[in-house]
Design a protein around this ligand. Structure first.
Ligand code: NAI
Ligand code: MG
Length: 365
């Protein structure tokens, strides 16, 4: 049987960019013989409209059963006034939580044709290709106690940074595995100088590292890491860090390379019975209500998320590279959606024109 792919286009530009991904998936099916059992379902505001919940139980069950889930984006002004418990974002949070997706992969990759677009000097970013692995299910966003409490005659806001050994070990393992497939260099970032959880983090990562003698492991305080990421990001290959530092560092690293419309992500969990990790792939951007329905959205972030699925769920790394090379070629030819150009840079292409250009480049590959 073919591997299964559950597609959840969601809201706003989600369905627009996903339509282009569907073309790419079809291309790999007909031209490269990579057949997937693709099914589609609702998430976010559109699911709320249909079922009164942003993620139906049936959809959750299908996500559990799928070999990989590909999501567009959720949310929009239409749903802003909804009760927190049924907000579109809750659909996404439920997927991440119930699939126990603890390892969030955020690449920061610079396509040469866009090196001028970065806010940094061209030689600092040209050819950049690093991966940040962020722990996604624990740490200060979840630790107890948390809340706003009365203390004496004032309020106190409390969050707790808490990591168990096994939580650190499993995300460290996924980062080492990734490093083995890439440049065999891993930098772990925490603040062991001021945080107990950081001391444990450093110890456990070091212990796991003994199982990966080929990987060159280094440690850096996260604040120094932020400086090094902007000073000379090419010194890194894979970075592994906790939930909070990963939130900041991955956003920082993302902006080294340009537009939100270019950024994919993967969230991975434990291996399923067939050996594949539970996996959710999605662009970093949201539903972009300001441009939704106008054919202006850049589909590349979502297409690159599918490339990550090819690589990390389906072991088709070469086909993923083929897709990335086609995108590089299209950008080198000057094909640009509006987010990739300045106001005086000519006429942008539409969402579907960008998809078609990538298909043409694939045909020529
Ligand atoms: P956003 O990412 O939707 O948009 C930020 C800016 O980037 C906008 O100007 C938008 O037009 C632009 N942009 C985003 N993706 C683009 C693309 N593919 N091509 C061209 N331009 C693009 O973030 P914002 O505006 O803060 O949130 C809008 C809605 O999306 C909210 O309801 C928010 O809750 C939701 N959201 C959902 C996320 C998700 O589904 N993972 C993540 C972030 C926000
Ligand atoms: Mg963030």
């Amino acid at each position: 049987t073919n591997p299964s792919l559950l597609i959840l286009p969601g809201d706003g530009i989600g369905p627009e960019v996903m339509a282009e991904v569907r073309k790419i998936i079809d291309w790999f099916g007909t031209k490269r013989g990579l057949a997937f059992d693709v099914s589609e379902d609702l998430v976010g505001g559109v699911a709320y409209d249909a079922h009164g919940t942003p993620l139906h139980d049936d959809t959750m069950a299908r996500a559990h059963a799928a070999d990989a889930v590909l999501l567009g984006a959720v949310g929009g002004p239409k749903y802003d006034a909804l009760d927190f418990s049924v907000k579109p974002e809750r659909g996404l949070l439920r997927l991440r939580k119930e699939m126990d997706l603890f390892s969030n992969l955020r690449p920061a990759q610079c396509f040469d044709a866009l090196a001028d677009f970065s806010s940094l000097k061209k030689d600092v970013v040209a050819g950049l290709d690093i991966m940040i692995v962020r722990e996604l299910t624990s740490g200060v966003y979840f630790g107890e106690p948390r809340g706003i409490f009365e203390e004496g005659n004032e309020r106190v806001g409390i969050n707790t940074q808490r990591y168990t050994e096994s939580e650190i070990a499993r995300v460290a393992k996924s980062a080492f595995e990734l490093a083995m497939r890439r440049g065999k260099k891993l930098c772990s970032m925490e603040k062991a100088n001021v945080m107990e959880s950081g001391i444990l983090w450093r110890e456990v990562v070091t212990e796991i590292g003994r199982e990966y003698p080929e990987v060159e492991l280094s440690h850096m305080y996260a604040d120094a890491g932020a400086m090094q990421l902007t000073r000379w990001p090419k010194q890194f290959d894979v970075i592994v860090t906790d939930n909070l530092f990963g939130d900041l560092l991955s956003d920082l690293a993302a902006m080294l390379t340009g537009s939100l419309g270019m950024l994919p992500s993967a969230s991975l969990g434990a291996p399923m019975a067939n050996g594949r990790p539970k996996a959710l792939y999605e662009p970093v951007h949201g539903s972009a209500p300001d441009i939704a329905g106008q054919g202006k959205a850049n589909p590349i972030a979502c297409i690159l998320s599918f490339a990550m699925a090819l690589r990390y769920s389906f072991d088709h790394g070469q086909e993923a590279a083929r897709l990335e090379a086609a995108i590089e070629r299209v950008l080198a030819d000057g094909v640009r959606t509006a987010d990739l150009m300045g106001p005086d840079d000519g006429t942008p292409v539409s969402t579907s024109e960008m998809g078609d250009a990538i298909l043409a480049a694939l045909d020529a590959s």
